[in-house]
Design a protein around this ligand. Structure first.
Ligand SMILES: *Cc1c(COP(=O)(O)O)cnc(C)c1O
Length: 428
């Protein structure tokens, strides 16, 4: 039934359908455990024979409702919540990779994910090859090996806001018999649903727009149910052969299309335990209820601000895919026709020093490491996250010394433009 409803209705209602006399807003089940009348009922839960709740590390009713809402928004068949976006990307990969395996990933991804794949997974014996997402299909294909288990990219990269050609990535992944995993944090399913373009698994840092108010750190993994694990059973033994830690259950045989999320929950969450608290899940559920309204405003204001910056003589360059001048504009029109998100990058004439002066003169816009919520915020990597680096090192990392990351919140766009304009003047 939910599939036919539009995204705005799903934001408000999906995942929770109260019965007669039940609370209109979803309840927070702030409980570690659940009571059972007899021990056999409990045993069936432990054996994954029955569906039910026994311990919040594995499943919680509030979390499940919010996960169901996110699954409906993405058009997936199942989702799970995690304690952070980092945990979501870790589980999404580790659910189908183990020591000796290999991952191909776009280079233009969030720094935390770059480290996760390039440093921490490497320490666990999983190799990664980073590729330029704008390279040809042949060049990207050349990075694949017999032990490659997945292809990874971000719909809109953080911080560069490059638009990924999802259809191209899906073609490449599937021609090598591996799933495409997409981090869809910046556009959210309101602006892009990667499953419609062939992605198999989607991840989120729900800390960003989905929550939208800067109150909780969280993540989510959504499965489209479309990847045929059994067709590559030798490649994915974790899903397609018996799990001795669960009485020899084979996830694909017992759970069919739900195999991937069931394994991630019953095995990875059991063993690594990065659960989202029910209280945080509740805040996330609230955030989702206005996501469609907020995303439209973020995009509308961001385009106005990007156009203002582009027309300003003191601005050296602006990178925002919704601008016609953007190299990614064609891809934005295809994959994100209602707008990309509220994040953009730009540089001021005068480079690093000018950027610092500009930021010091802003009043409404605050300096934060965060992005993508209701507060307009700004970050200058050369002065903040990358401050130990010389200009040469910055260039190698793909961050120009003048690069300013600007995240447009929900304040009035004209007030923001006035603040930016006066700070540009004051920084001359
Ligand atoms: C922030 C972010 C993450 C990490 O999420 P946390 O919730 O901070 O752990 C992953 N991917 C993208 C694209 C992000 O912006």
């Amino acid at each position: 039934m939910e599939k036919k409803l539009s995204i705005g209705t799903l934001c408000v209602q999906a995942g929770y359908d109260p019965k007669n006399g039940e609370s209109r807003q979803m309840p927070i089940i702030q409980s570690t455990t659940f009571k059972y009348e007899d021990s056999d009922a409990m045993a069936r839960l432990f054996d994954l024979e029955d569906n039910g709740y026994f311990y919040t590390r594995l499943q919680n009713p509030t979390n499940d409702k919010v996960a169901a809402r996110i699954a409906a928004l993405e058009g997936g068949i199942a989702a799970m919540l995690t304690s952070s976006g980092q945990a979501a990307n870790f589980y999404a990969c580790f659910n189908i990779c183990e020591c000796g395996d290999h991952i191909v990933s776009a280079t233009s991804i969030y720094g935390g994910t770059f480290n996760l794949l390039g440093t921490s997974l490497r320490k666990m014996g999983i190799e990664v090859t980073f590729i330029d997402q704008n390279a040809s299909e042949e060049e990207i294909s050349a990075a694949f090996r017999p032990n490659t288990k997945l292809l990874f990219g971000e719909t809109l990269s953080n911080p560069g806001v490059s638009v990924l050609d999802i259809e191209k990535f899906a073609r490449i992944a599937h021609s090598h018999g591996v799933p495409l995993i997409i981090d869809n944090t910046f556009p959210t399913p309101v602006n892009c649903r990667p499953f419609e373009w062939g992605a198999d698994i989607v991840t989120h840092s729900t800390t960003k727009y989905m929550d939208g108010h800067g109150v909780q750190v969280g993540g989510a993994i959504v499965d489209s149910g479309n990847f045929d694990w059994e067709a590559y059973a030798d490649k994915y033994p974790g899903l397609c052969s018996p799990d001795e830690s669960y009485h020899g259950i084979t996830y694909t045989k017992k759970f069919g299309k739900l195999a991937y999320i069931t394994k991630a929950t019953s095995q990875l969450m059991r063993d690594f335990g990065s659960i989202q608290s029910p209280q945080n899940a509740f805040y996330l559920g609230l955030g989702l209820q206005s996501l469609h309204v907020r995303m439209a405003r973020h995009c509308e204001s961001a385009l106005k601000i990007a156009q203002f910056l582009e027309a300003n003589e003191e601005v050296a360059w602006v990178n925002y895919p919704d601008l016609e001048s953007s190299a990614d504009h064609e891809k934005q029109q295809k994959y994100l026709p209602n707008g990309s998100c509220g994040v953009m990058c730009f540089g001021l004439k005068g480079g690093r020093e000018r950027a610092k002066k500009f930021m010091a003169n802003l009043n409404l816009v605050t300096i934060e490491t965060h992005v993508a919520d209701c507060y307009t915020c700004i970050l200058h990597p050369a002065s903040h996250t990358h401050r130990q680096m010389s200009d040469e090192q910055l260039a190698e990392a793909g961050v120009s010394p003048d690069l300013i990351r600007f995240s447009v919140g929900l304040e009035d766009a004209n007030d923001l433009i006035a603040d930016i304009a006066q700070a540009i003047e004051a920084s001359k």
